[in-house]
Design a protein around this ligand. Structure first.
Ligand code: OSB
Ligand code: MG
Length: 368
């Protein structure tokens, strides 16, 4: 595959409902979208970095010059026989895994389109639909109860509640009173400290499937200390930025579950390596999300077909987030199952150019 050109857009999609987590509120999903062109084909990569470093360190402001000045000039005009050959270009650069993921995922899309295979098949996926749940932002208890009710009625396979210190135990008591049996998890997005151990221990009585990322994004050791005191499993999200992070967490027993986001860890190669490592440690994984558009959702769904994705992921229906998506194919869950998009090989979704142009705020094209 010779990469003939690259196009980098900044896309802005308004959210139907503001999404509130412990670190802040999102009212609009702003993301970079990379298109690579080769041999009459297009490959897509949706970036998950935010405008500000409120989830992890990487930002769009840092990613754009890195892509523009370093990565894309090393990619455009060059030949790659497979995504594995990208390591020589991507690996020498420190960090920036979200930017690297955009390039890597776009090459996987191109490569599998050239092979005529669904991306899931080339990855080694074993299912044609994946189990999904919902991630519910922070809201008052009655509003959250309404949202849980509608998600359960919609057939979603688990409910994840965003929590923060002081918005946790009362909320859980109220949800459990009405839904004693529903598969329930919480996500703190790093809001807790070691001193909050009693509060975290108090969550053991709510039969949660796991507590996601209670402590700091860069603190695996303290998660191991907390995990040793809890009956409930800890799940790491922000702390797992690479296969090395996953190895540290597994060896330290810092988590009994891991959330893999392909856009966070550097692409499908790294995501699969983390998946395999977790399987070797008998630790189940699930596929997280970052409120992605249809391109990022398709990336996530293909990844989640790998065998050790045994817990429901966060890729719920696109219509829960956006009035109109940038892809033509509806990505809607039915009875808690999201079908793998198969409109052609690769990611199996197609862009809607009219919608995309309307929501693009900036476009740059790169040629050899
Ligand atoms: O921690 O998983 C997270 C959204 C933005 C930033 C971080 C997270 C999330 C979600 C949303 O939980 C998952 C989704 O519906 O895409
Ligand atoms: Mg999370």
């Amino acid at each position: 595959l010779r990469i003939e050109s690259a196009e980098l857009r900044i896309v802005r999609l308004p959210l139907l409902t503001p999404f509130v987590i412990s670190t802040g509120t999102m009212t609009e999903k702003v993301f970079p979208l990379l298109t690579l062109r080769a041999e009459g084909l297009e490959g897509y990569g949706e970036g998950v970095m935010d405008t500000l470093p409120d989830y992890l360190e990487e930002t769009q402001a840092g990613a754009l010059p890195f892509l523009r000045e370093a990565l894309l000039p090393q990619i455009v005009g060059r030949r790659f026989a497979s995504p594995a050959e990208l390591g020589a270009v991507l690996d020498p650069w420190r960090g920036h895994r979200m930017s690297k993921a955009m390039v890597e995922m776009a090459v996987w899309d191109l490569w599998t389109k050239a092979l005529g295979l669904p991306l899931s098949a080339a990855l080694g996926g074993v299912r044609d639909a994946v189990e999904v749940g919902v991630s519910l932002g922070i809201a008052d208890i009655p509003t959250t109860l309404d949202r849980v009710r509608s998600a359960v009625e919609g057939g979603y396979r688990r409910i994840k509640l965003k929590i923060k210190r002081g918005h946790d135990l009362d909320l859980l008591a109220a949800i459990r009173a009405e839904f004693p049996k529903v598969k329930l998890t919480v996500d703190a997005n790093t809001d807790y400290r070691m001193a909050d151990l009693p509060r975290l221990k108090a969550m053991d009585e709510f039969a949660l499937d796991y507590i996601e990322q209670p402590l700091a994004f860069d603190d695996i050791l303290d998660h191991a200390k907390v995990q040793a005191h809890l009956l409930t499993a800890i799940c790491l999200d922000e702390s797992i930025r690479s296969a090395t992070d996953a190895r540290h967490a597994l060896v330290a027993e810092a988590a009994r579950v891991i959330n893999i986001k392909v856009g966070r860890v550097g692409g499908f190669g790294a995501a699969r390596a983390i998946h395999d490592l977790c399987a070797a440690f008998d630790v189940p994984v699930w596929c997280g999300g970052m409120l992605e558009s249809g391109i990022g959702r398709a990336q996530n769904i293909h990844l989640a077909t790998l065998p050790n994705f045994t817990k429901p992921g966060d890729t719920s229906s696109s219509s829960r987030y956006f009035a109109q998506d940038i892809v033509n194919e509806p990505l809607e869950a039915e009875a808690g199952l999201m079908a793998v998009p198969r409109h052609g090989p690769g990611l199996g979704v197609t862009l809607n150019p009219a919608v995309l142009d309307r929501v693009t705020s900036q476009t740059e094209v790169f040629r050899p």
